[in-house]
Write a protein of this length. Sequence first.
Length: 416
Amino acid sequence: MPLNRLLTLGVGVCAVATLTLPAASASAAPSTQRTGGSLVLVGGALADDNSEIYGDIVRLAGGPGKARIGIVTAAAPVPSEDPDAGTPDCNNSVCNGEYYADLFRSYGVADAQWIPIDLDHPTAADDPAVVRQIESMSGFFFGGGDQYRYVTTMTRGAAQRDSAALAAVRRKLRHGAVVAGTSAGAQIMAGRDMITGGSTEPGLRDGAKPGYFDDPATLGYLPHGGFGFFTAGLVDTHFSRRGREARSIRLASDTHHQRVFGLDENTALEVTGVGGYGPSLRVLGQRGVSVLDLRRARVTDHGGVWGIEGVRWSRLTAGDAYRGWRTVVGTGKPPVVPAGGPCAVAPSSDVFYDYAMVGLVEGLAAQAGCASVGGTSYEKNPQWEAHLTRGRGFAAYRGATAVTFTDAVIGIAPAA
């Protein structure tokens, strides 16, 4: 199976969270429907057999036998860049579009079509025939790859004005369509300061920089953002699998965002009522969606080296909802009852990788004797340490495939 298919196939009640769409481009017609459309944002590695998520996309697009899904794969390499083009191991925009179209047909959609926008077709996003194709769809699916390719193919100029195709997708969303995406296809839905790349440890050391960089060590972001369909906070994907909690915290701190939504692999954040009066957020899939709350966080100085304290972390799993700034735990999830005795949670020696921080919080919840848990980074230039404690509202609940928790508190600093 092509590499990108392995990567992209990657309690309380209070006021409803505020989500807004940015102003439509001049070419977009005014909305006449107040209920709005839907988003399904997947953290990557979406398995072909994840019927919960694929079925949800089809349902939101009109249901089996009625849904018409447009597939956009402009984030992928084009065939001319793919040494395996024309083989079963292909990894490019065209064969990925065909693959996803076949996959959606297997879930009962009436029609699934590749939208021919990629770097090999630089003017396609302003082609009237492509716009007509988009207007005939009831839903859209954006594949993975490099989110900046969506910027270069579907927006225009330094101000990132909507192409005709993007304006058409925006209209369809406002009038009730579903827009789904996985990995880069979810990241591009973000608003201002969309992340463009960067690894965790150098990003913590050097901070975030505006732009798109060939250097994978540079924590880059795009001030204008992505398409701006989801504006409740920063978005990051492949989240806890790749240990991106810390890089998202640094980006949020540097760009003055109060909230991050971190999407785990094979897991989705569904947002309904986008552009309407009351958007609703819930989680589907295997792992979790993290919400990092920086409202009470404070940056610390360690001899000129950055650190931070007081970041609140909640992790929602399948069946949970998010309203206001609170997790609403799904019904039927029993609380985790901590065991007595001394703390037996071992420090992590690679705390920013492969669900290490999630595991530490689960240990904190399971053992009453743990006042604090943590670990250090694998990289040592400099080495970082993270510690996690219980906040005032800390609690944990067992879901079918993952643990929900609320109000863990994160601190990050250079290791002593």
